[in-house]
Design a protein around this ligand. Sequence first.
Ligand code: GZL
Length: 329
Amino acid sequence: MRKLFALVLTLAVLFSAASAFADVKIAFSQIGQESDWRTANTDDITKAITSHPGWTFIYDDAQQKQENQIKALRNFITQNVDYILFTGVVSTGWDEVLKEVNEAEIPLLLIDRMPDCADKIEYEAAFGGDFVEEGRRQIAWVGEYLKAKGRGDEDVNVVIMEGTTGASAQTGRTEGNLAGLKAYPHLKLIAQQSGNFTRAEGQAVMESWLKSLEKIDVLIAQNDDMALGAIDAIKAAGKVPGKDIIIVGCDSVKAAFDAILAGDMNCTVECTPLYSKFVVDALEKLIAGEKLGKEIVHPAEGVFDTEGGIDLGTVTSQKAADVIASRVY
Ligand code: GZL
């Protein structure tokens, strides 16, 4: 009997000790799987959190639907998670639900795309790309490339394929695209349309442009997946991508490097999806009771093209063939 009592007591003590160190529940409301960038972003964060001792990961894929993200955030509140990671598919329509997160006193980390209501809600830190500079770089690369080829005074027709309408990555890159065009008067913008950051919609938009527009000389695609879809459409129309139409993407995913090496694409502007270092560092600090610096924007990174050596002021392009072996995503 004494042995049984001792066993029960031991188990009770062990249980209470374990519950005192119960896992930290970290929830992530992710947009979807619309692009290689998004997949790399999800994989990087998921791997880092699920392999961290003492952390439990709760993940929701919203399939690019705002209503699904709102539902997910409310579920996280019901589950009384300890921390929430959030990137919104668009920038508007989050005020109410993010205020509910604040009222539930669940610390919020904003990653990738910023909600417009950021200045009206509480959040611990924000981490995302310099989308305006990325957009400027796309245009500057075209302007400098044409100059280097002796075509700087030639009027060329430019089309801009935008990301998901209303996403901060789209609004930022469009702002940068339009600002960039001011420095290159021979680049004539003849069309702007959203391809929603997906390859399929990028192909469809390019198909319609090839039918409706007189002549396209340059495609600025606000992510590589749309550029790859456009390449499919250009080939199907019997034209030569990378030659008949200069193609500049954004993200610098592996498939873009492959397209550049194949001669189908000319340039990609990097925007890293590898957020795990920031996320783990921020969560560890918060769990330890430290405060974080609010805005942590990761600076625009590299620019990669066929030949390298194009000077964009803040960066000089690198030859894709020289770096492809070292690429992580
Ligand atoms: C950028 C990110 C964008 C990528 C796209 O930080 O929000 O969303 O450029 C992705 O590929 O779909």
